[in-house]
Design a protein around this ligand. Structure first.
Ligand code: 0O2
Length: 203
């Protein structure tokens, strides 16, 4: 690798990061506006809090390797969760309320949807995953950037954060009985979400 190649690679990644940061800002603002509107209209906030991240260069290449894609620039553009926004909602129904309100917007295009709440993953993981495309307007052109949005309740988030620490990024296999315990915990969290939703409705 020559110094010029290295400089060019850094420039490309800086440009990509800038565009994905712009996309995260657009989505975060849209979600904040929706949350504020809901608060004014219904005196209640569907969104508990939000976080966002840009995938690290190492994680991007790890993903390309895991997917078995060729190690080339085209593969980097195929990574749909380069930019990620996590929306933590108070109640189960808020998840679909937030989804509907966001997808109604004219400039948002849905590219992929995975409902791991209706169909939890083998691990017990639950969340609604959307990959949407949002325009960002730069000085000389418009880019349509993909952003992965994970929408989940506080209970789903608690489980996913702890389980992620314990297992997800590890190379070793989780012992079967521990995996089962974690699955049981995920089930308890799902029951908790149902109960909290009912209590919220009652009041
Ligand atoms: P990080 O650090 O959260 O970014 P796809 O591209 O959709 O075909 P992918 O990306 O494997 O394939 O999609 P998937 O499985 O739908 O979603 C991946 C992301 O969901 C992960 O991101 C996690 O954030 C989360 N996730 C999925 N399964 C689990 C699980 O069993 N436990 C936990 N805790 N989180 C999970 P990353 O990129 O792996 O990591």
């Amino acid at each position: 690798v020559t110094i010029d190649d290295a400089r060019e690679a850094v420039r490309i990644f800086a440009d990509l990061r800038m565009r994905y940061q712009g996309a995260i800002k657009e989505i975060s603002t849209k979600l904040e506006v929706l949350d504020n509107e809901f608060s004014v209209k219904h005196d209640y906030n569907p969104i508990h809090h939000m976080t966002s991240r840009i995938k690290s260069v190492d994680s991007i290449f790890e993903k390309i390797k895991r997917k078995g894609w060729p190690m080339e620039m085209e593969s980097v553009y195929k990574v749909m969760d380069f930019a990620g926004v996590r929306v933590i909602c108070n109640y189960l129904e808020d998840i679909y309320r937030v989804e509907d309100s966001l997808l109604r917007q004219d400039d948002i295009k849905l590219l992929k949807r995975k409902d791991y709440i209706k169909n939890p993953k083998e691990s017990g993981y639950r969340s609604l995953h959307l990959v949407i495309e949002v325009p960002i307007f730069l000085s000389d052109r418009t880019y349509h950037m993909p952003v992965e949005i994970q929408i989940r309740t506080v209970a789903m988030d608690t489980w996913a954060s702890l389980e992620h620490e314990l297992k997800y990024k590890r190379m070793e296999e989780m012992p079967e009985h521990v995996a089962q315990e974690l699955k049981d915990c995920a089930k308890m969290m799902a029951e908790l979400d149902d109960t909290m939703q009912s209590i919220h409705k009652m009041l």
